[in-house]
Design a protein around this ligand. Structure first.
Ligand code: KIV
Length: 263
């Protein structure tokens, strides 16, 4: 059994070894990821890959709590981060009320909220009330409608400087690590170097302190679209479809079940 990561060991890994984060939404997959992932994120991306919606915005706190508990059943020895869904941290009071609900109703070790300098007061308030916070800067999926799409960040000097300010503000507010999403690789590298807590990249190049991928993307199960940054470590969709076709063919031909499957 691998040793469960802690806030301290996560922070200490900076500059030592890249951190491995993966999403999971249920016990079945979480159990399979537990050995190799340092942290499991119950991401609101489940609203897309699990619930089939076109963005993350309609995920609810109750759904995040349900899935966090399911993941916890499969990965009892993993550091778990529950994503706070859209609209649940609009101000300090709401954020704390909802984060306490997550901590009381699940065994999550931390929560994740999107935003940089603009959300630093909320992160600080949560941290000062014993809520461990993972930040999320750069491309913010919960801003997809207000920004009119998923926009890569760090293309201009102004954006580069803002990202550094965001990272520093998130660190100063007390977050123990942060995700950086959809940022030009050279800028993400500079951002990671500008803070002392781990910066976990997604679509932000290799020169950061770790990587996170949505599991259904990296297993090739999500077919709607594949962002450029995703590496498919297996062609899950083809494997699953071919297995189900074999099953259907064998049912129709009465090849399945055989004697060994029969009481
Ligand atoms: O919801 C999610 O899965 C995430 C990752 C993209 C980091 O926030």
């Amino acid at each position: 059994m691998t040793k469960k990561m802690t806030i301290t060991s996560i922070k200490k890994s900076k500059g030592v070894s890249p951190l491995v984060m993966i999403t999971a939404y249920d016990a079945l997959f979480a159990r399979l990821f537990e050995t190799d992932a340092d942290m499991i994120l119950i991401g609101d991306s489940l609203n897309m890959s699990f619930a089939g919606k076109s963005d993350t915005l309609s995920a609810t706190l109750e759904q995040m709590i349900y899935h966090t508990n399911a993941v916890a059943m499969g990965a009892k020895n993993s550091f778990l981060i529950c994503d706070m869904p859209f609209g649940t941290y609009v101000n300090k009071k709401e954020a704390l009320k909802n984060a306490i609900k997550v901590f009381q109703e699940t065994p999550a070790d931390a929560i994740k909220i999107e935003g940089g300098e603009d959300r630093a007061d909320i992160i600080e308030y949560l941290c000062s009330n014993q809520i461990a916070v993972c930040g999320h800067i750069g491309l913010l999926p919960q801003a997809v409608r207000s920004e009119g799409g998923y926009k890569i960040k760090g293309k201009t000097d102004e954006e580069r400087l803002q990202l550094i300010r965001d990272a520093k503000a998130v660190e100063k507010a007390g977050a123990f690590c942060m995700v950086i999403e959809g940022v030009k690789a050279d800028v993400a590298c500079e951002v990671a170097k500008s803070v002392e807590i781990p910066v976990i990249g997604i679509g932000s190049g290799k020169d950061v302190d770790g990587q996170v991928l949505v599991f259904s993307d990296m297993l090739g199960l999500f077919e709607e679209f594949t962002p450029k940054f995703v590496k498919k470590y297996m062609d899950g969709a083809t494997l699953v479809k071919s297995a189900v076709k074999n099953y259907a063919d064998e049912v129709k031909s009465r090849e399945f079940p055989q004697d060994i499957h029969t009481y």
